[in-house]
Ligand binder design. Structure first.
Ligand SMILES: Cc1ncc(COP(=O)(O)O)c(C=O)c1O
Length: 372
């Protein structure tokens, strides 16, 4: 059983996309074209941000955002979640900042805002939050804290693009928001791509140059940048996919709620409850006996993933972090499992629920029982 129905989603769009690609190929303008301008305009509107800049990937978006910050003397610490995809730690380390790891909440798998707040000191330059699995972090609270402490707030929205908090688009809250168009993301391309959103003109101007070798004009650079531009072909694909993006999120919400109802009916806990506005792109659950459950899933040919098996402080051979041990992060890494995320109305999803029910009937002790 496939992990998601990307094959179905993409096959429905491929005819239209191929026509678009043919048009772009015939024009022979592959970088900085009207397709890229069009995509940036659409992204700006969708995210309710003043500025939207496309980039080469979600990882590049994080790197460029950090490059855009004015490095201040004695301010080199960046607070990040200990449980996330490794790009966030990678970007911080690559630019020579010190990552300060903060534990996450067991209920949401996102940065614990109170813990993050306690780690702020004179050396803190910024906080980066990650909104994992399509569930927004408490961005409003974080924004208030960052404003009060005069530090920069960056949001990694690679997994929750399209989410809302109190009807506000989640990409318009932080000082700088990064996202990814990796194929499996909410808005997924046919290859790598990313974007940055901001309401602040100074960041916009800097990032615009930074993604193109720091150039002011052709061959005139006043800062060291990257080559991180989305191509016209990728932009043309995303311009088509963005039209069906809203529907895709509605379906994701229904799939998530279907899993939530299923486990609640079985009196099983260990997963975050759906919150209005979240774009919920995956269903992750903490289980007591993960390897036994995996054996059963394998026997029944059900695909699964482990997001993520290792805390970020154990990545990249960071010797300095050997003493760090964050309880919730360690716990989640050992107990989390991601179940297939196919459309709720699809036979694939119903089959997964059927097999899970059989597993639960015989082995309920694999799961955490809901306390009554
Ligand atoms: C939370 C998070 N941050 C950053 C990234 C990096 O995005 P990309 O793969 O486009 O570089 C990803 C993508 O997997 C992600 O899930």
């Amino acid at each position: 059983m496939k992990f998601n129905d990307l094959d179905i989603i993409n096959s429905k769009l491929n005819y239209q996309i191929l026509l678009n690609l043919k048009y772009v190929i015939n024009k022979n303008k592959f970088i900085f074209s009207e397709e890229v301008d069009f995509l940036e305009k659409k992204l700006k509107k969708l995210s309710h941000s003043k500025y939207a800049i496309t980039t080469g990937s979600g990882t590049d978006s994080l790197i460029l955002s950090l490059m855009a910050l004015k490095k201040l003397k004695n301010k080199n610490e960046i607070i990040i979640p200990a449980f996330s995809w490794l790009s966030v730690a990678e970007a911080v380390l690559l630019l020579g900042f010190k990552p300060v790891y903060v534990d996450v909440d067991l209920q949401t798998f996102n940065l614990n805002v109170e813990e993050a707040s306690k780690k702020i000191n004179k050396k803190t330059l910024a906080i980066i939050s990650t909104s994992l699995f399509g569930r927004s972090c408490d961005l409003i609270k974080l924004k208030k804290i960052c404003k009060k402490k005069k530090i920069i707030f960056i949001e990694d929205a690679a997994q929750n693009f399209g989410s809302k908090i109190n009807k506000i688009n989640s990409c318009s809250i932080a000082d700088i928001t990064c996202t990814s168009f990796f194929p499996t993301k909410n808005l997924g391309g046919y290859g790598d791509g990313g974007a940055i959103f901001t309401n602040k003109k100074n960041y916009y101007n800097r990032i615009l140059k930074l993604r193109n070798h720091g150039q002011k004009k052709y061959s005139q650079s006043d800062m060291i940048g990257l080559n991180s531009r989305i191509g016209s072909l990728q932009a043309a694909i995303l311009n088509k996919k963005i039209n069906t993006f809203g529907n895709k999120i509605k379906k994701q919400v229904k799939t998530y709620k279907s899993y939530q109802n299923f486990f609640e009916k079985n009196s099983i806990s260990g997963f975050p409850k759906y919150k209005l506005g979240d774009s919920v792109s995956q269903f992750n659950i903490l289980v007591k006996k993960r390897s036994l459950l995996i054996n059963k899933l394998k026997k029944n040919k059900i695909d699964y993933k482990i997001y993520y098996p290792k805390p970020l402080y154990k990545q990249f051979k960071q010797k300095i972090n050997k003493k760090i041990f964050l309880n919730n992060t360690e716990n989640i890494c050992k107990k989390i499992i991601s179940l297939p995320f196919n459309d709720h109305s699809n036979e694939r999803h119903l089959k997964v629920l059927h097999i899970l029910q059989n597993i639960i009937n015989k082995n309920k002790d694999y799961f955490f029982e809901k306390k009554t």
